[in-house]
Design a protein. Structure first.
Length: 446
């Protein structure tokens, strides 16, 4: 008769620090597994019991439980195996075995024939065995705890420390084929005869305290000590690197103190030396490089006193207005570059209205919504965005659309300079000289 621990597929429970195993009792006359009435659930583990009878059996972890076990053991140097058991007198058997084919990574065996507890493990790919003379197979209930911290091994029985040894550090990087067997080594060997309950594998320092809370932890474990040593070594290495960097920095500083390092300015891909000056054509500003910092001021434009037949207008590529001859048509005064629509389109050039040819684009609106912009010859649709036609305003002003034109308006807290809202300054700086910023790509009247 063969019994399989199929319930393990739902009994594995993983917590941050605990990997706990749910066990069941096998009944000789039942065809399936049955849970005992006294089984209960607690915060960190299931507490159940299994009675091992002298029958053929297979009790091992389900694949997903084995996978979690492998992950938990990976790179761990500190863990504890706990169990409460009652072994039939003068019998031998394996309490728990984590193995892959013929290789044991962790196996705890009790021999009632030799009165020994044996711990089988692997180190550098080779099998190792630690033997502890002790009579565990006496038919009585015992608590057993095997704690490993790097190469430090502690064996507690009934909350008494009976052995403490330094061993080769066990391998904990289990292979994917590894599995956990309970009460047997494999399908055919190492059958345990008796009862096992409260089986746990705990990944915390001094895990035996979970089983025996009255045992005080007085000293750090080997793993704690090794971690401390490694931390100190890391700090020493970091200190050496920081010292080398500091010495290098001090050398560089001493070299810098002996030379004059000129600070430059980089603007639009051009390098300017200290105290160099240049004019920003786009912004009509005079700029100077001062100790690596660019300082710019608006160009100062002199006041214009134009003759009666001329008007001050903006000219492309110039920041300040100049006087240009005006035109008069039907009693309306036109400045240089402005247009008027009569029988044909005419533009004011050097005081003369010159006929110009302009092809007007088709409009996508009804005729009643056609609007003729100021000083233009082609109509647009009502609601046209004049600001999108290249109307430029200064950094302290913003463009506003009207029915037939676009204008610049000063933002809150700023006032127009010399009556031109294309360029505005703060009220506290309004007395400073400033140039007039061209609001339109086409020249216009101030």
């Amino acid at each position: 008769m063969r019994r399989h621990a199929a319930a393990w597929t739902s009994a594995g429970l993983v917590r941050l620090k605990y990997f706990c195993i749910c066990l069941v009792r096998l009944y000789l006359n039942l065809s399936d597994l049955a849970f005992l009435p006294e089984c209960y659930f607690s915060l960190f583990f299931f507490l159940l019991k299994i009675q091992f009878l002298d029958i053929e059996r297979e009790i091992h972890a389900a694949p997903h439980v084995s996978e979690k076990l492998i992950q938990l053991f990976r790179n761990k140097s500190e863990f504890t195996f706990l169990a409460t058991l009652q072994q039939k007198a003068s019998t031998s058997g394996v309490i728990l075995s984590i193995r892959e084919l013929e290789h044991s990574y962790f196996e705890l065996e009790s021999s009632g024939l030799r009165d020994e507890i044996r711990y089988h493990y692997r180190f550098n790919g080779k099998s190792r065995t630690e033997v502890f003379p002790y009579r565990l197979a006496d038919g009585q209930w015992h608590k057993i705890a095997v704690s490993l911290s790097a190469s430090h091994l502690l064996l507690h029985v009934d909350c008494n420390r009976i052995y403490e040894r330094i061993i080769d550090p066990p391998e904990t990087n289990l292979t994917p084929e590894s599995n956990l067997w309970l009460g047997q080594r494999n399908r055919k060997h190492g059958f345990f005869k008796g009862v096992i309950q409260d089986v746990k594998v705990i990944f915390i320092p001094n895990g035996y305290i979970t089983q025996c809370p009255n045992l005080n932890r007085t000293c750090p474990t080997c793993s704690d000590f090794l971690s401390l040593v490694q931390g100190i070594m890391d700090l020493q290495e970091l200190l050496a690197k920081m010292t080398a960097k500091l010495n290098y920095a001090e050398t560089r500083l001493s070299q810098l103190e002996d030379c004059h390092c000129e600070k430059t300015c980089q603007v639009n891909g051009l390098i300017y030396r200290d105290k160099d000056s240049w004019v920003e054509d786009d912004h009509c500003r005079n700029c100077t490089c001062k100790s690596g910092v660019v300082e710019c001021r608006r160009m100062s434009c002199p006041p214009l006193d134009c003759p009666p037949d001329a008007l001050p207008v903006h000219v492309e590529s110039q920041c300040c207005k100049i006087c240009k001859a005006k035109c008069i048509y039907g009693g309306k005064v036109l400045a240089e570059g402005q247009r008027v629509l009569s029988k044909s389109c005419r533009e004011c050039r050097n005081g003369v209205l010159v006929k110009v040819t302009e092809t007007c684009p088709p409009l996508n609106c009804s005729e009643k919504d056609h609007v003729l912009p100021e000083n233009q010859c082609c109509s647009v649709c009502r609601g046209h965005n004049f600001c999108a036609e290249g109307h430029r305003c200064g950094e302290n002003s913003e463009c506003k659309n009207w029915n037939t034109k676009a204008t610049c308006e000063c933002k809150n807290g700023y006032l127009a300079v010399q009556g031109d809202s294309a360029y505005c300054e703060g009220k506290q700086n309004i007395q400073r000289p400033a140039a007039i910023f061209n609001p339109l790509p086409i020249s216009g009247i101030l």
